[in-house]
Design a protein around this ligand. Structure first.
Ligand SMILES: [Zn+2]
Length: 118
């Protein structure tokens, strides 16, 4: 039975995980990547996950604010967009309709960046 790596998102054989890697769900190959690169992948995962949640919490907002200052420009711009969403419509219910009516430019950004499917 394999093991799931949360960085590459792949099921990999057990021998691809060291003791510590097993615990943190990161395979050997991904562990060898630079930390900044791994961090960027994890940050992007978090940003996408926030949009899937029924509600973006205050705690999530703090996390997004931190990511909006990331050294990685892609992480920083995605976090800034989701931060705007969290401020105007933290609840997922009818979010897209609300954004289409009140904040079409923000909805456009979500689509252009692939944060939501067009
Ligand atoms: Zn991996």
């Amino acid at each position: 039975m394999g093991h799931y790596c949360r960085i590459c998102g792949r099921e990999r054989p057990n021998e691809q995980f060291s003791g510590k890697g097993h615990k943190i769900h990161v395979c050997k190959r991904c562990k060898a990547r630079p930390k900044s690169e791994r961090q960027a992948i994890e940050d992007k995962d978090d940003i996408f996950a926030f949009l899937e949640q029924s509600h973006i919490s205050e705690k999530n907002v703090v996390h997004l604010e931190r990511m909006a200052k990331s050294d990685n420009p892609q992480v920083a711009s995605l976090a800034a967009i989701v931060l705007d969403v969290a401020r105007v419509k933290p609840y997922k219910t009818r979010r897209l309709k609300f954004l289409a009516q009140k904040h079409p430019e923000l909805l456009g950004k979500l689509r252009n960046t692939g944060l939501i499917l067009a």
